[in-house]
Design a protein around this ligand. Sequence first.
Ligand SMILES: Cc1ncc(COP(=O)(O)O)c(C=O)c1O
Length: 385
Amino acid sequence: MIDHATLKAALAGRALPAAYVDLAAFDANVATTLLRAGDLPIRIATKSLRCVPLIQRVLAASPRFQGLMCYHPREALTLHAHGFDDLLVAYPVVQEAEIRAVAQAVAAGARITLMVDSPAHVERLTGSGIPLCLDVDMSARLPGLHFGVRRSPVTTVEQALAVLAAARAAGLVLEGVMGYEAQIAGVPDEAPGDPTNPVIRWLKSRSRRELAERRGAVVKALRDAGAELRFVNGGGTGSLESTAADPSVTEVTAGSAFYAPTLFDHYRAFKGRPAAGFALAVTRIPGPGLYTCYGGGYIASGAPGPAKLPSPYLPVGAQLLSHEGAGEVQTPIAYEGKLALGDPVGFRHAKAGELCERFDRLLLLLDGGVFDDVLTYRGEGFNFG
Ligand SMILES: Cc1ncc(COP(=O)(O)O)c(C=O)c1O
């Protein structure tokens, strides 16, 4: 991890707030991700990068990075126009105009796959010629507890076969299956001082077995019914080891692993290196040990809570004030050392790609300086909602 003096020297004379990526840490995370995924290909979750040059950098790092997992059909079309191929839109598309636009691109040779989880989704795509991927629910249902997310209703072989039959009736090809085990990939199991860690780890190991069976049974049934599946996708940053060990999976997904935001700090199976951050300038000194920075209120999505706040980390020891958090325009921190007006304070976002919705550019830090700067999606003028 870079230190505060390096950050300060690298950003001297630059306008703040500014977002940055420590390239050495980013590249180390890319290498770790390859190791964690065994020998499987890795599809890149673009929502967790939101920066075309950095998506290209990951793809260039190894031929095992293959294909992109997009979060919006217009994103897939835009990335196709930028020369990317094999674009899986991971969330269902139900609007006619978007379906028409994707159908046109597919007819012209683009490799874009859309997600479905029901015959009703398939019906909307009738006649479009767009290849399909079936999203299978990977949550665990225990008495009184739903451990996982609320996305696909497909949990059984029969429901999966019904979607296959609907695809055939609509003249469409089911070419992929996705089963994303959010309760393993996105839930920390080693949070400091959290007494529920052992329970979470128990729930994870129990649901891992159950979902490997479910995913395997669905894939087998679809193949037995004649579906020629090009890929079976699973996992995310927090589950690469266990997803890659599931024999029915042919590729894993990773995105957050590269920036390593704070929500991925506390997993027993792996440690990322903080790579993405943003620097705010100290603009006021309201009292001893207190420094107020300009900007900073970049709160992550999801159920609200302190874990969704950005975290000051440079200088080490800086802390948010619990009664103010990160403010719309100003963010105070408590810090026992000395800072001067204009000094940068480095923060990490709780999530990965959302940082890029706040900044037009990412400064790429290397060897103590700014090596380059690149446009984020926002800087490119992309807005996919
Ligand atoms: C369908 C799907 N797959 C994989 C991922 C994993 O992405 P990441 O590696 O950024 O956690 C996500 C994240 O939400 C997702 O929605």
